[in-house]
Structures are given as structure tokens and as C-alpha cells.
Design a protein around this ligand. Sequence first.
Ligand code: HEC
Ligand code: HEC
Ligand code: HEC
Length: 133
Amino acid sequence: MMYNSRNIIIGLIIFVGIFTFPFVLGAGKANEAPKLSLDTPKINELIKKEPIETVEFMRNNHMQLLSDWKVAVVRDGNRVYVSQKDGQEYDMSLQNTCLDCHSNKEQFCDACHTYAEVEPNCWDCHVAPEVIR
Ligand code: HEC
Ligand code: HEC
Ligand code: HEC
């Protein structure tokens, strides 16, 4: 058999290129944070455009918060959440509370989840809001 070293080198370059391509794409993506829209009727009505806890807390802990709400409602029959930030009370509901403010689910929840590559299965059962723009 004859080996053509030039073809092998070209082959290697293509191979390395294909393998690093996704990482190069990933690197570009990391710099480009999703644009989160807060432009909803409910949020526009707020005097202070603030979340139910601090933004930091919401960003890092909303999954746990939702999970706690679910347990509180389904297991303990408790529907009232008291904000640790300001004592304000909220109905512990994905649809009636979170998605009342974030009624633009696609431009808010989905935008970030697509970016973070997470796909919560909640919408198999819970009703997502009508698309409001
Ligand atoms: C009273 C209206 C309101 C309710 C109810 C509400 N939010 Fe928010 N949320 C906001 C506002 C306003 C922000 C502030 C965003 C900012 O300033 O960047 C925010 C921020 C967030 C953030 C952080 C976004 C970021 O910039 O990283 C997440 C995540 C979030 N909310 C999820 C939820 C979830 C989940 C629920 C229900 C458990 C919920 N929100 C309930 C109004 C609300
Ligand atoms: C700033 C980005 C961001 C925003 C905005 C955001 N999420 Fe998330 N969400 C994440 C990330 C990142 C995870 C995965 C966290 C992990 O796996 O630890 C996640 C996970 C979740 C989970 C858990 C999924 C699972 O299968 O365990 C739920 C539920 C959820 N988000 C609901 C919401 C809802 C509802 C909204 C809109 C009201 C929202 N999120 C907005 C970033 C965001
Ligand atoms: C297999 C169906 C199913 C899936 C999937 C599901 N839920 Fe639920 N969830 C329910 C049912 C049924 C209730 C009870 C409704 C009630 O008592 O009001 C509930 C209640 C809740 C509640 C409290 C009540 C309310 O109105 O919101 C929260 C919060 C909640 N779920 C969050 C979530 C989140 C977050 C996800 C995704 C990570 C999720 N659920 C996925 C069926 C589901």
C-alpha cells in the first residue's frame, strides 16, 4: 500500500477542524448572553420592576423555589409564599404568579433555557401563557 503523506496531513487538518468546531461555536456563544425581555403588561404595571426575591436569587434559585412551591402546594396544601426580601405575599403558582409577570415565556424563560440547554418538562402538564408580545 502507498501512503500519500500530503493526503494524510489534509485528512488530519479536517479531522481536527471537525472536532474543535463545536468548541469554537460554544466559545462564541458564551459571550453572547440571551436578551431577556421584561416587557409584559404585568411587569410594566409594577412601580418597582423587581422580582419576588433579588435578581441574583431568582437567577440562581428559581428552579429550587419552584420545586419547593410544588411540594408546599401538593403535599402541604400551603399556597401562600412570603417573600424573604420584603414580606410580600404571593400565590405559589407557576401559571398564576411566575407566568403572570413573565407572560412572555418565549422571550424570557425559553430564551434563557435554550441558551443554557435546559428543557423543563413542566409544560407537558402546566398551561403556558398565550403568546403575548
Ligand atoms: C411581580 C412580578 C414577578 C413575579 C411574580 C415573578 N417575577 Fe421573575 N422577575 C421579575 C422582574 C421585574 C425581574 C427583574 C429582572 C431584572 O431586573 O433583570 C425578574 C427576574 C427573574 C429572573 C432572573 C432573570 C435574570 O436577569 O437573570 C428569573 C430567573 C425569574 N425572574 C423567574 C421567575 C420565576 C420562576 C417566578 C415564579 C416563581 C417569577 N420569576 C416570578 C418579575 C416577576
Ligand atoms: C437567566 C436565565 C434563566 C431564566 C430567565 C429562566 N431560567 Fe429556568 N433555568 C435556568 C437554568 C440555567 C436552569 C438549569 C439549572 C440547573 O440545572 O441547575 C433552569 C432550570 C429551570 C427549571 C428546572 C428544570 C428541571 O428540569 O429541573 C425550571 C422548572 C425552570 N428553570 C423554570 C423557569 C421558568 C418558569 C422561567 C420563567 C418564568 C425561567 N425558568 C426562567 C435559567 C433560566
Ligand atoms: C405530570 C404532570 C406535571 C408535570 C410534568 C409538572 N407538574 Fe407541576 N403540578 C401538576 C399537578 C397535577 C399539580 C397540582 C395542581 C394544583 O393542586 O393546583 C401541580 C402543581 C404545581 C405547583 C403548585 C401549584 C401551581 O398552580 O403552580 C407548582 C409550583 C408546580 N406544579 C411546578 C411545576 C414545575 C416547575 C414543573 C416542571 C419542572 C412541573 N410542575 C411539572 C402536574 C405536573
